[in-house]
Write a protein that binds this ligand. Sequence first.
Ligand SMILES: C[S@@+](CC[C@H](N)C(=O)[O-])C[C@H]1O[C@@H](n2cnc3c(N)ncnc32)[C@H](O)[C@@H]1O
Length: 255
Amino acid sequence: MTQSLRSEDRPGSRPHPTLPGYYGRAEQRRGFVRDLFNHTAPDYERVERLLALGSGPWYRRRALTRAGLVSGMQVLDVAMGTGLVAREAARLAGGPGQVIGLDPSIGMLAEARRALALQAILGRAEQLPVRADAFDFLSMGYALRHVADLDSTFREYFRVLKPGGRVCLLEITRPRGRLALLLLRLYMKGVVPTVARLVTRHRETARLMEYYWDTIAACVPPETILAALARAGFADVQRHTELGIFSAYTGVKPL
Ligand SMILES: C[S@@+](CC[C@H](N)C(=O)[O-])C[C@H]1O[C@@H](n2cnc3c(N)ncnc32)[C@H](O)[C@@H]1O
């Protein structure tokens, strides 16, 4: 019998290996992540505001501008969550009508729609339910660690962008220096979950923040992400960093 590997089982282009402290097998990851974000959606922005290390609306807007988002562009914001990137994209592109947001968490989509009346669709980055060559700009904020497979995700991004279209992926990267790594680990794994326990309504929110750090610590290095973008066909693939931990990966679909 021929058996083809599902992307969840193929270690090659996973953003991080299986994390047994959270789910047992690779195929359980997707349900675990969806439930985690569904349960914590009402708390997400409160935790983000308090503890985002400056990666709030201002940073998102700046990164989108630097990546070439201008008025009039049609934007797909993948992993929209509560809409922190989508809102900035709408401001830059000329209004909510210019942006479609996508997320697999119904809880997150409901929160996003509360703040901004834009078109929101349920879906996953690895299999976008949108037609080819439809968007000028595709953004994704802090969710690359949650996809099953970088190659299939980036092939989808390439497919849905128009020729000349741009991709902009924001991520937190594990610092290279040992001291910086230690300090960030203490902050993200110690301070953030403790504060989350104090200021939020759901126990799962502290767990989300622990998972947040563990996926950052286990994530493939930036070079692997850049190589996967290039493999998907993107040109002018680059990574812009701030403070050594805020990464913005960009690329262009050739004309
Ligand atoms: C940390 S939140 C980021 C939300 C928002 N982009 C921001 O900048 O604040 C991560 C989001 O990724 C979504 N997500 C998880 N797995 C995904 C997948 N396979 N495809 C697309 N989105 C996914 C989650 O539901 C969640 O809303």
